[in-house]
Design a protein around this ligand. Structure first.
Ligand SMILES: NC(=O)c1ccc[n+]([C@@H]2O[C@H](COP(=O)([O-])OP(=O)(O)OC[C@H]3O[C@@H](n4cnc5c(N)ncnc54)[C@H](OP(=O)(O)O)[C@@H]3O)[C@@H](O)[C@H]2O)c1
Length: 263
């Protein structure tokens, strides 16, 4: 049973923001678990191409780059159109691309707010809508499609300086069960992962100097005493998209080493 439980064999997946960080970790996990094709998307064509080549070399499945900017609805539709040109169905959509913003409230502009909401909340929602036909494509009771939203531990904690980001992620968590119910009869499951601190470009400033006092103090504070890595996020994403997690829908999984328990 174990061989099939966590298998992604034959699956066609889309991971936005797949050129670096968490998106690239999940794309790699899907390929190592047997996925047939994993489309990764991002704005920077060079980085995306390099990552697609690197990931295509590690397993029998193919990793394919699709360049696109998800900060506007035009960008969302253009990306969806490129995917529709390539595939008549997809099994998995991971809405991972996101923007980390923060700073004193007094200095936050309406543009900062809009940018954060657009990339973290509006675009994932409307990309899911634009890809609905592909997600329905071959979904059945026994082999449902899977949509994953990426939230953040910031949705569960209160910070004075990350209002737009944490509000966008809280909204993603609220959207998740609503979409799960809306798509249930189409055999599309919708879940969210709320990561704690992971090694990625977004957090590079916090961990790049392993001797920094602030980094060491942070590791002390996190109950797991470490940042999350590829295994932590890929493991949960594979579980949610394979038979192992096929009875999850409308759920938010906190993958944070206990971060939200102690700040
Ligand atoms: N790292 C953490 O500790 C952590 C914790 C909680 C939640 N998260 C969430 O995890 C997700 C991934 O973050 P990460 O830490 O892996 O960040 P990352 O390493 O900076 O990766 C972000 C990815 O998104 C792409 N991207 C950014 N803006 C885009 C846009 N406008 N259109 C299309 N693609 C865009 C980036 O490529 P281009 O720049 O080339 O477009 C890149 O592939 C985000 O939703 C973030 O909020 C991360």
């Amino acid at each position: 049973m174990l061989e099939t439980l966590f298998s992604m064999r034959g699956k066609v997946c889309v991971v936005t923001g797949g050129s670096t960080g968490l998106g690239s970790y999940m794309a790699q996990g899907f390929l190592e678990a047997g996925a047939e094709r994993v489309y990764i998307t991002a704005r920077s064509a060079d980085k995306l191409q390099a990552k697609a080549e690197e990931l295509s070399a590690i397993a029998s499945g193919e990793c394919l780059p699709v360049v696109g900017d998800l900060s506007t609805l035009e960008g969302v539709e253009a990306l969806a159109a490129r995917l529709r040109d390539q595939e008549s169905f997809i099994d998995v959509l991971v809405n991972n691309a996101g923007l980390g913003t923060g700073g004193p409230f007094a200095q936050m502009s309406a543009d900062d707010w809009d940018r954060t909401m657009d990339i973290n909340l509006r675009s994932p929602l409307f990309l899911t809508q634009a890809l609905l036909d592909l997600l329905k494509g071959r979904a059945t009771v026994d082999a449902p499609s899977s949509v994953i939203f990426i939230s953040s531990v910031a949705a569960s904690e209160i910070y004075a300086h990350v209002m737009a980001y944490s509000t966008s992620k809280k909204a993603v968590e609220h959207l998740t069960p609503q979409l799960a119910l809306a798509f249930a009869d189409e055999h599309i499951r919708v879940n969210a992962i709320a990561p704690g601190r992971f090694y990625s470009e977004m957090t590079r400033g916090a961990w790049q100097d392993p001797e920094a006092e602030a980094y060491k103090a942070e590791l002390q504070r996190i109950p797991a005493h470490r940042y999350g890595d590829i295994h932590d996020i890929a493991g949960v994403a594979i579980m949610l998209c394979s038979r192992a997690g096929a009875y999850f829908t409308g759920e938010v999984l906190n993958v944070d080493g206990g971060h939200r328990l102690r700040r």
